[in-house]
Structure formats: structure tokens, C-alpha cells
Design a protein around this ligand. Structure first.
Ligand SMILES: NC(=O)C1=CN([C@@H]2O[C@H](COP(=O)(O)OP(=O)(O)OC[C@H]3O[C@@H](n4cnc5c(N)ncnc54)[C@H](O)[C@@H]3O)[C@@H](O)[C@H]2O)C=CC1
Ligand SMILES: O=C([O-])CC(=O)C(=O)O
Length: 371
């Protein structure tokens, strides 16, 4: 009763009284949900960890994405505040807030896309793997909620260490009998965004013209930029290759150190393109990480053709059960895993190093659930 009163108090300012009655009965359908759809495709998206550094900016951008009709913001702190704030934006998506674990299932019910940036970020001197002890349990709990409430949703998992949290999520889904490998995607888009930026700097061209495939995983040597496959075709000196590979692999650490204890990358992780094709702000143009990746997943769900992004997914491109590579996104999630293409000798050596570390991280994640 107390919980229901709290929940209602939290969101009543955004709801019509009849909605509140419906909510008490366990189903909330706002008239504006239908209005938001307006005949156009509208997807229901939940962000878990919405009050954090990534979560807040991501909430803002998804509120502005016309493909989103309903936006659920869940966190263990400050969800009502972020929800009230975002909900005043005059775009179509209906925003609702959910605070704390008792409201997790309501946040997840009926979602098409669930994005998870919940968990702790690094401080200087830490590796992503140092976050495992805290974030593994958080991801497990949230994924258990997904199995109960929206087992067919596409899941974008951001929480680090991605190389282990994706195997954790997969094992949780397998245990519940809901695992669809195509629907679970580890977000490695920031590695591509960084690679495009750093390569463009070296080439002296606009980063929007550059496309660098980055494969493997999302930590240190597991981040493998394929500089031999850069578009537009170009060549680099061996000094440039060493510099670029090192900078791309350590881009996250560069930000963690520069923030000096105040967290890790959030802005480049989210960035201004929930709108790549459907731009309200065409001048913004280039996209960044999580919002762009979520937008690509939504365009895939809508049925757009030719949506290709790099992501860390269940895979057979190597002998490892999970690997980041280019995937073609569609109504069924990562519908096709694209091959790595031709690697040069430098990249083949990098691939062997990446696989060694990745294999350990994957095992660690799997064991966390199966032990
Ligand atoms: N995949 C990638 O490319 C990247 C991943 N990350 C990772 O994303 C995660 C979040 O980073 P930030 O947003 O900077 O951290 P943050 O600390 O600013 O935000 C995390 C949010 O998660 C919430 N949270 C904690 N436990 C939760 C739970 N059980 N359920 C729901 N929410 C919970 C916190 O209350 C907080 O609001 C970190 O693990 C970080 O390492 C960060 C940058 C890039
Ligand atoms: O480095 C970190 O801890 C956050 C992250 O994953 C990134 O910025 O790539």
C-alpha cells in the first residue's frame, strides 16, 4: 500500500487520474501513448540506470527520438527527478519513472528495447574488470527482470566489464529459457566512434567521412581496430598504426584519467545522434555511441534495410562464444553476424592477443551464473 502510494506520488504529476486508477490495477495505458504513436512506428524503450552519467543524457536523447513512443526511466536513486525533468520536453514520447527494485517489473513490462547503463564506473588505476564484483550482480538482477517482463526485447548492455556482463546476461536468459542470441547486444559503439575520430585526425579529414570497424571486445587489447579496412580506403605508416591502435584501445582510460575520479566517458558515450536519419538537427550530423546504437536498433526493429553496426554478440566468427564484429540489425535484433574480412599480419597478431584475454573474461561471466 505504502509502495503504491509512493509510486503514485512520484508520477502523479505526469498522469491523468484515470491512469492512476489503471496503474493501481497494474496496467497503465495513457491516452497520450496512442497519441505519441500517431500511426507512425513507436517503440517502448526502458533505460535501467537512467539517473547516472550515461543514463541522463541517453534519456534526453531518446526523448527526442521520434521512433520512441514510451520511455521508461528506472534507477535505484533519483529516477523521479530525472523523469520530471525529461518529461517536460515537448516531444511525443511519454516518459515514466520507476524507483528501486520493487518497481523494476513495472519498468520493464512490454518494452521493445532495454538499454542498461546501470552500475559503477571506473576510477583512475582501475581496469574495467575491477568493476566485475559490483556490476555482475546488478546486471544479473536486471536481466532476471527482463526474463520475467519483456523476454523478447532487444537488450543493449553498456555496463562494464562488457566482455563479462554479456556472458552473464546470456546465462541468466538461458537459465530462464528465454535466450535469443540475436537480441542481446553489448555496446561497443564507443570504440568505433573513437576510432573514427582518431583516424580522421591523422588523415586530416572530417570524422563523418570515416568508418573504422572495431572487433573483439570492449577492454584493452580485446579492442581490435581493423585499420586495414578503413573507409575511405587509405594507408598508414607503422608509427601511425601503433599510435592509433594504442589510442583506440586506451580511449576509455584516457577519459577516466582526465576525469580524475569523477567517472568515465558519458558524453561521447551518449552524444547527439538519436536522430541520424530523422534529424531534428541536421547540423549535428555525426553520431555518438549509445544513442546512435539505440537508434540503429530501433531502425532495425522498424524494418529499415542495411543497418550495420559493430557490437559484442553471441558469435561464430571465431572459436569464442561471444565476439564483437559488424552485425546487420533488423526486426529480429542482430540478424546476421558479418565475417571479419581479410586481416593483415599486425591484425592477426592482435586478434590472437584479444582472444586470449576475451576467453578469460567470458569464462568469468559464465561461471558467475553457473557456479
Ligand atoms: N560500454 C561502453 O562503451 C561504456 C560503458 N560504461 C559503463 O557504464 C556504466 C555506467 O556508467 P556511468 O553512467 O558513467 O555511471 P554512473 O555512476 O554515473 O551511473 C550509473 C547509474 O546506475 C545506477 N545503478 C546502480 N545500481 C543500480 C541497480 N541495481 N539498478 C539500476 N540502476 C542502478 C546508479 O544509481 C547510477 O545512477 C559503468 O559500468 C561504466 O563502466 C561507461 C562508458 C562506456
Ligand atoms: O573506460 C571505461 O571505464 C568506460 C568505457 O568503457 C569506455 O570509455 O570505453
Amino acid at each position: 500500500m505504502e509502495e503504491a502510494a509512493h509510486r503514485i506520488a512520484m508520477i502523479s504529476s505526469h498522469l491523468h487520474p484515470s491512469d492512476i486508477q489503471q496503474m493501481e490495477r497494474g496496467s497503465v495505458v495513457r491516452r497520450s501513448d496512442c497519441r505519441a504513436k500517431g500511426g507512425a512506428p513507436g517503440f517502448k524503450v526502458a533505460i535501467l540506470g537512467a539517473a547516472g552519467g550515461i543514463g541522463q543524457s541517453l534519456s534526453l536523447l531518446l526523448k527526442m527520438n521520434p521512433l520512441v513512443s514510451v520511455l521508461h526511466l528506472y534507477d535505484v536513486v533519483n529516477a523521479p527527478g530525472v523523469t520530471a525533468d525529461i518529461s517536460h520536453m515537448d516531444t511525443a514520447a511519454v516518459v515514466r519513472g520507476f524507483l528501486g527494485q520493487p518497481q523494476l517489473d513495472s519498468a520493464l513490462t512490454g518494452m521493445d528495447l532495454v538499454i542498461i547503463p546501470a552500475g559503477v564506473p571506473r576510477k583512475p588505476g582501475m581496469s574495467r574488470d575491477d568493476l566485475f564484483n559490483i556490476n555482475a550482480g546488478i546486471v544479473k538482477t536486471l536481466c532476471e527482470g527482463i526474463t520475467r517482463c519483456c523476454p523478447h526485447a532487444v537488450v543493449n548492455l553498456i555496463s562494464n566489464p562488457v566482455n563479462s556482463t554479456i556472458p552473464i546476461a546470456a546465462e541468466v536468459f538461458k537459465k530462464a529459457g528465454t535466450f535469443d542470441p540475436k537480441m542481446l547486444l553489448g555496446v561497443t559503439k564507443l570504440d568505433v566512434v573513437r576510432a573514427n575520430t582518431f583516424v580522421a585526425e591523422v588523415l586530416g579529414i572530417d570524422p563523418r567521412e570515416v568508418e573504422v570497424p572495431v572487433v573483439g571486445g570492449h577492454a584493452g587489447v580485446t579492442i581490435l581496430p581493423l585499420l586495414s579496412q578503413v573507409k575511405p580506403p587509405c594507408s598508414f605508416t607503422s608509427e601511425e598504426i601503433n599510435y592509433l591502435t594504442d589510442r583506440i584501445q586506451n580511449g576509455g582510460t584516457e577519459v577516466v584519467e582526465a576525469k580524475a575520479g569523477a567517472g568515465s566517458a558519458t558524453l561521447s558515450m551518449v552524444g547527439p545522434t538519436a536522430f541520424q536519419n530523422i534529424c531534428f538537427f541536421p547540423h549535428i550530423g555525426q553520431a555518438f555511441a549509445a544513442a546512435k546504437f539505440a537508434d540503429a536498433c530501433l531502425r532495425g526493429l522498424r524494418g529499415d534495410a542495411g543497418i550495420v553496426e559493430c557490437a559484442f554478440v553471441a558469435s561464430q566468427v571465431t572459436e569464442l562464444p561471444f565476439f564483437a564484429s559488424k552485425v546487420r540489425l533488423g526486426r529480429g535484433g542482430a540478424e546476421e553476424i558479418l565475417p571479419l574480412g581479410l586481416l593483415n599480419e599486425y591484425e592477426r597478431a592482435g586478434l590472437e592477443k584479444a582472444k586470449k584475454e576475451l576467453s578469460e573474461s567470458i569464462k568469468k561471466g559464465v561461471t558467475f551464473i553457473t557456479k
